[in-house]
Design a protein. Structure first.
Length: 406
């Protein structure tokens, strides 16, 4: 479905309830499968969280998690140590191109039994579930933090707990800290010091209800909308100042793009400041918050300013090669973008072409990052339903803000 977008009026005093964080939800769903007396509130309604729930409830031999990276990585560890059953874990065409070898080799250090069904190093994988034997692993930490979180989530279930040594520069660190914080919230002890994570073995946890904070990556599109408006104010729930989500760095980053954040009780209100000076730090390092890179690049393009974003090495193995996709689509609109293996440089440009159709490459964040540009030009988003991977209500919420879709 191609969706044509338009927006003409000011955005004033709108309140939106954003779905729960998919990252927090997918961690808690694994923990709930291991410790059934945990309750989860404000569960994400994303496809990725629904796929996780379905996979955990399934007794089928083949489990298909489509595009859900966290489900692929977390379930690999879960099925490897839980239940004496054989599972073939598979996913979409793109998932079969997203590497899993580092996690598989770490699990093999624990005596787990996993083999590749098609291409070595990539899904689908055949997992023979069994009780693991070791209590120490070491793995490369610069490709995806999801491998590390996957091991942390099963660590307390092992008879002796687990010591995880991280090799090389650690990427996406806030996601590792999020895993540690959620473990601590349910009463599992762990530490992360000097590249070593230690998690204690824990047989039982007390009954507890954990409330998932709403998704900050999803909030990024409203930061972009407010930045691209002349005047705007949007309130989003349910958010808190002390977030586990690294993408809450939006609060600081969008100060440079004319957006102020006001914390309420359980909400954030985003406001466009009057007469802003747009100036993003040169070489802004996004290795701690890779999922907001597309949003920031497109906001800068819409404002006509340049940017130089670094720390983007993980973008090439996400839902699509996000660096290539950003370059292609911004250049269709008249921008000028240079990319390397881990950075993106956008030149300032005054003109945005009209009536361009944005390709989305099966990537929810391509659709959502480009949508706010409707405040500055008329454009269409190809395959608009792709947003359901993380944010199924995205288009309905945009309509509430006065966006027209055709
Ligand atoms: O652990 C998580 O929930 C996630 C970690 C990040 O991946 P990488 O660690 O692969 O960068 C992020 O991009 C992804 O959307 C969610
Ligand atoms: C990269 C993402 O998700 P995943 O890796 O879990 O597929 C994302 O949501 O931007």
């Amino acid at each position: 479905m191609n969706l044509k977008l338009q927006h003409i009026s000011n955005i004033e005093n709108n309140t939106l309830q954003i779905t729960g964080s998919k990252s927090e939800t997918n961690r808690l769903l694994i923990l709930q499968a291991l410790y059934p007396n945990i309750k989860i509130e404000n569960v994400s309604n994303s496809d990725d969280s629904q796929l996780m729930q379905k996979a955990l409830a399934s007794n089928d031999e083949i489990v298909d998690i489509h595009h859900a990276g966290t489900a692929m990585r977390f379930l690999t560890a879960y099925f490897a140590v839980k239940d004496a059953r054989e599972t073939i874990l598979t996913g979409s065409k793109r998932m079969k191109e997203r590497p899993i070898k580092i996690l598989v080799e770490a699990l093999e250090q624990l005596g787990c039994s996993i083999s590749y069904e098609e291409k070595s190093g990539y899904p689908p994988i055949r997992i023979q579930g069994k009780r693991p034997i070791g209590n120490r692993v070491s793995l490369q930490a610069n490709i995806s933090s999801q491998y590390i979180s996957a091991l942390m989530l099963i660590a307390s279930f092992l008879p002796e707990g687990l010591e995880i040594s991280l090799v090389g520069k650690v990427t996406s660190v806030p996601y590792i800290n999020m895993t540690l914080s959620l473990l601590s919230d349910i009463g599992i002890k762990g530490t992360y010091d000097n590249n070593v994570i230690t998690i204690e073995s824990t047989k039982e946890v007390a009954s507890k209800s954990v409330v998932v904070e709403s998704d900050w990556s999803s909030a990024s599109y409203f930061y972009s909308i407010v930045a691209l408006s002349d005047q705007a104010s949007v309130t989003l729930g349910s958010y808190k100042k002390e977030s586990y989500q690294g993408d809450s760095s939006l609060v600081e980053i969008y100060k440079y793009l004319g957006v102020e954040t006001i914390y309420g009780e359980n909400t954030i209100t985003l406001k466009k400041v009057s007469n802003p000076e747009y100036q993003l730090p040169q070489g802004l390092d996004l290795s701690n918050s890779p999922d907001i890179a597309q949003t920031i690049a497109v906001t800068c393009f819409g404002l006509g300013i340049g940017c130089y974003l670094t720390g983007l090495h993980t973008l090439k193995i996400k839902e699509t090669d996000r660096l290539e996709a950003l370059k292609t689509e911004i250049e269709k609109l008249g921008g000028n973008v240079d990319i390397t293996e881990d950075s993106l440089r956008l030149e300032p440009s005054a003109v945005i072409k009209k009536e361009v159709v944005i390709s989305t490459y099966n990537d929810h964040r391509m659709a959502m990052a480009f949508a706010p540009l409707a405040l500055r030009t008329s454009l269409s988003i190809e395959d608009a339903n792709v947003v359901s991977k993380s944010y199924p209500d995205f288009w309905a919420d945009l309509k509430k803000l006065g966006f027209k879709t055709f």
